[in-house]
Design a protein around this ligand. Sequence first.
Ligand code: PGA
Length: 252
Amino acid sequence: MSKRIPVIAGNWKMNKTSTEAKQYVSELSGMVAGKQGVEIVLCPPATSLAAVSEMLGGSDIIVAAQNMHFENSGAYTGEISPAMLKDIGVTDVILGHSERRQYFCERDEDLEKKAVAAIEAGLRPILCVGETDAEREAGETEEKLRRQISTDLSGITAEQLPGIIIAYEPIWAIGTGKTATPQIAQEACSFIRGLLAELFGEEAAAAVRILYGGSVKPGNIGELMAEQDIDGALVGGACLSAADFAQIVDFQ
Ligand code: PGA
């Protein structure tokens, strides 16, 4: 009975040149043309954002960046600001992907600033959270999710919360082919919704889209989407093929 519109987002990570990106977008656009009842989000690397956003201007497909800085300008070599993303028509931004946390030392304190900066700039954050294998084994999953969400969203108000998408991505399931079972994914997403209700109130929490990410493919999207608190998917590897991604979008 959920009225939340599903979101299927494809995170290309560090894949595809700008030429390949354009080819992909023209293929995918044909495959998903006229598709209703699902928000489709593409997250190309920074070098293709402007081209993809220009190609998709006026279409229903949404363009997201994979990261951004929290300042709008300044001496931050190599970084991209919220204002720069807005200027090229990007509307969404992934924040706190586990690869950013692990390889680029992104901390919850940084994400707290990034979430506020994104909202202030009018960008919709897709905030990623999730536990490692060791944390799950040690029974620390909920503690980890609580710590990440309560810090990363500490500058956000209950009114702003529905404008944020959360992606639950257990690190042990990312790029490993080891998808969380629908039950495990549902349990974590339901815990996240309960936590959001505790922090922001029931109404705001009920409106938030919570995605699952980690080895999502055409063959497992259906069973994941059947779960009550899973409102979509953040897809890595399987989104690199337009045909596979279109099949995932077509989960219903
Ligand atoms: P995967 O990646 O689908 O390749 O496991 C998911 C992600 O990192 O968002």
